[in-house]
Design a protein around this ligand. Sequence first.
Ligand code: HEM
Length: 491
Amino acid sequence: MAQTTQPTGSAGPLPGGLPKGFRSAEAGWPRLDRIPHPPRRIPLIGDVLGANARTPVQDSMDIGRRLGPVFRRKAFGKEIVFVWGARLAAELADEARFAKHVGLGVANLRPVAGDGLFTAYNHEPNWQLAHDILAPGFSREAMAGYHPLMLDVAGQLTARWDAAAAAGRAVDVPGDMTKLTLETISRTGFGHDFGSFERARPHPFVTAMVGTLSHAQRRNVLPPALAPVLLRRAERRNAADMAYLNSTVDGVVAARRAADASGARGDLLDRMLEVAHPGTGERLSPENIRRQVITFLVAGHETTSGALSFALHYLAAHPDVLARARDEVDRVWGAAETPAYEQVAKLRYVRRALDEALRLWPTAPAFAREALADTVLGGTHPMRRGAWALVLTMLLHRDPEAWGPRPEEFDPDRFAPAAVRSRPAHVFKPFGTGARACIGRQFALHEATLVLGLLLRRYDLVPDPGYRLRVVERLTLMPQGLRLRLVRRAG
Ligand code: HEM
């Protein structure tokens, strides 16, 4: 079986004899000839003509539209099968036949996130241990506890936006949403204040994180034989970024350990440090805690920031939707200065607008699934155990079979209850699927709905008429250069 790269640098088989590292499709898909690939494939090099290394996901989306619900791409000996058709994706969601595959960009993050929840292999004991210890940190009760802190951070954002509105200055939406979401996860989860809103530039933690994410993406698209040479300088920078992430996190953990027990908050960090597994009594090791803190700080803000930014873009561009959403906020929240916890989930239409933004631009745009045993996908494509495919969420979310004839249109009513009931299962997957789906889903939805409600109530959003949506990729998606002008509403 081909094994061209070894992201962790520690080659070796997984339990059951599956090789670790990149597994090219030739080995796992015996009838690859049934799966189309782009024309003009060049021997040894692959499907690279016209490919844009900066936008691999949007590139794959264009190719997928031409080739159909399952297709393949090859670059420098690495062949990948992509799936986006609603019926095939529903099969891949079947946990009896498939599980998460840690490959490509996710595996490239192993040097920094190791066996943290997001990057752990399914068989690694630390996955179950950490999952069981940390899942209660996302219960309804825990979420209600985070709500006041979320409001505090949102208050920092609105203070900044009030000043911009008064000065007639446009705001940098993705930049400010990143400040907001980083502060929210760091303060709710870890009691740490990065002071993002007091800084003119992004916090160095964000710069280092963006560096590592972009680096992990770049490693996917370069020829493995040349990557070490081409990336020599980038590898050095990446090592420095990783060292910075580690030292920041070590500081956060050390501060908590130094605090006396009266400082206990019952947050994610307390759970990591203090809570034993309810069944086995086992605890997370210091090394694993470091991995988890980095994982949560990164996974807990980058994607939510993108989701909020896309939602604001679409709301500003659709005044009718915005007016309806704002009416709902005014009606549900009334004159209350700040909403109570229960009043956030009652913003049903705002939530639909958020879902619709996540449909068009799922900010984690793909996830990988591997076969648990030899199987046949869609009755046509045999897969050996361990063979895997990348589900292109962005195209799955635009499959006309599931979403109707105009899937590119922004229409929150697609998420009205009757419309949701009329669609097949497994066609909306912004948070992944199965046991390895996003543990922070409720956290992200509460935070984003709350912030959208607060912003709609407070400002008129004025888009720049010249702005055309451009999406930048660094494993996650973000609208590039999105700026809005704000007019403070009366009252
Ligand atoms: C809109 C925001 C978010 C989106 C779109 C998103 C998306 C995803 C997706 C697609 C996965 C599965 C990846 C895979 O199958 O390889 C995932 C997993 C994960 N997410 Fe999120 N996420 C979001 C917010 C959050 C937040 C707020 C947190 C933490 C507070 C978080 C923490 C995690 C973790 C730890 C995992 C790994 C879970 C596991 O494998 O056990 N995410 N997320």
